[in-house]
Design a binder for this molecule. Structure first.
Ligand SMILES: *Cc1c(COP(=O)(O)O)cnc(C)c1O
Length: 413
């Protein structure tokens, strides 16, 4: 038997799983079938409230839409956050369709194509520049179409979050301009007449250690102050990145955002004079939505092989790649999983939950202890709200895409 991570507290209530107060059979009936991602908006609203309560008032909250671009969820996010960060023209279109004003959208990501740059400039979206070459292309497009581009400089800092789950900064990286060259690029952008929006400094993802995040934010604010002094210009906005993680695995403890907020309050109080008028933002994906989602998949076959029990389900890694351990993790560990109508029952047996794809990597849970499940029962895989449907190879093996549903939606007229 292998351990699994914790089930989010608001789901671990009662014998039969509910999402947003609705039973699983009712949700599946409403959506039409399994496999199904169900997202609980009330859990997301609670997360946003926790962020607001913990953070100093001059810190804005941006949603990194790549974590979950499901249209009803994105639309429900718009009135609750201060901006949306996108990483492609496709996501930019989704953010606009969700109702976010272009002036509150920023577009980061390497390899922006000419037509993506032009679309962003025409819409008035801020481009977080990933290189000097991209800056020149954006300036040239702005000149050609007669629109002053909104440009921020993404900085590749010399540091990254301690214990960060995914390495995205520090050393040679495809993301951002090395910090040693960032001030020069700011001067170039301003001299060319662009609307310089500030800095974007993202130093890592999936961190659970509040002290490590607080340390990184302090280093980020110091770096922004130093770069502003070097460039001789004050940034209107400094995007401090994000990196707030969620507990996926046994032994993981939730991030203490109160500690992050308290330390950030001190950090901002001590900020450099060049940042006096600056606004700050934190961009989050998985911390906002990851724990609010459940992937529901039905047992199609129950079989044994060499004494081991396999529950073969109608879903798989083509929908929920991350649970199979093939998205950004080095060692496969088990996400929390349950038999949806038997949450409180003791485990009867050790089983592996495998998907319906013809590949040995399609294993959603490896030798976990569960109450006995039969063909037709629904298995719930938790922590499916971020990087699930959107980050999985849905076309692989020709199965239909997963269904999605948003529940517990606040009445936003
Ligand atoms: C992916 C990404 C995020 C969101 O990361 P999470 O771990 O989901 O919070 C934020 N900012 C940038 C630049 C990213 O690339």
């Amino acid at each position: 038997m292998k351990p699994m991570g914790p089930i989010p507290a608001w789901f671990a209530q009662g014998q039969a799983l509910k999402v947003g107060g609705q039973t699983i059979p009712a949700l599946i009936a409403e959506a039409g079938d399994t496999p199904l991602f169900a997202y609980d908006m009330a859990a997301i609203v609670a997360r946003i409230a926790a962020f607001r309560a913990a953070m100093p008032p001059q810190v804005a909250l941006h949603y990194a839409i790549k974590a979950n671009p499901y249209a009803p969820l994105a639309a429900a996010m718009v009135p609750l956050v201060d901006g949306i960060d996108v990483a492609s023209a496709g996501e930019m279109g989704r953010a606009i369709a969700a109702g976010m004003a272009a002036e509150h959208i920023s577009f980061a990501g390497p390899g922006k194509r000419e037509r993506e740059l032009e679309e962003a400039i025409r819409l008035g979206v801020t481009l977080n520049l990933e290189s000097e070459g991209e800056a020149e292309r954006a300036l040239a497009i702005g000149g050609r179409i007669g629109i002053r581009p909104k440009l921020a400089v993404r900085v590749n800092p010399d540091f990254e979050i301690r214990g960060s789950g995914m390495r995205m900064a520090g050393g040679a990286k495809p993301f951002g301009v090395d910090q040693a060259r960032a001030a020069d690029l700011v001067r170039r952008i301003i001299a060319a007449g662009a609307d310089w929006r500030g800095f974007h400094i993202f130093a890592g993802s999936q961190a659970l250690d509040a002290a490590a995040i607080a340390e990184t934010q302090a280093a980020t604010v110091r770096l922004a102050g130093a770069l502003a002094a070097q460039a001789g210009a004050s940034p209107p906005l400094v995007n401090l990145g994000g990196g707030f993680g969620i507990p996926y695995f046994p032994g993981d403890a939730p991030l203490d955002v109160a500690v992050v907020g308290a330390t950030l309050t001190e950090t901002l109080a001590a900020r450099a004079p060049a940042l006096r008028e600056t606004r700050f933002a934190i961009e989050l994906g998985r911390w906002l939505v990851g724990e609010a989602g459940v992937y529901l998949t039905r047992v199609v076959d129950r079989k044994t092989s060499h004494g081991e029990v396999f529950l073969v389900v109608d879903g798989g890694m083509h929908h929920q790649l991350a649970a199979s351990g093939n998205f950004g993790t080095v060692v496969k560990r088990n996400y929390p999983v349950a038999v949806a109508h038997r949450l409180n029952d003791p485990a009867d047996e050790t089983v592996s939950v495998v998907g319906c794809l013809c590949t040995p990597i399609d294993r959603l849970a490896d030798k976990v202890a569960l109450p006995r499940a039969e063909v037709g029962d629904v298995i719930a895989l938790f922590l499916a709200g971020a990087y699930g449907a959107t980050a999985s190879p849905q076309a692989f093996l020709g199965h239909p895409p997963a269904r999605e549903i948003l529940v517990g939606q606040p009445d936003i007229g």
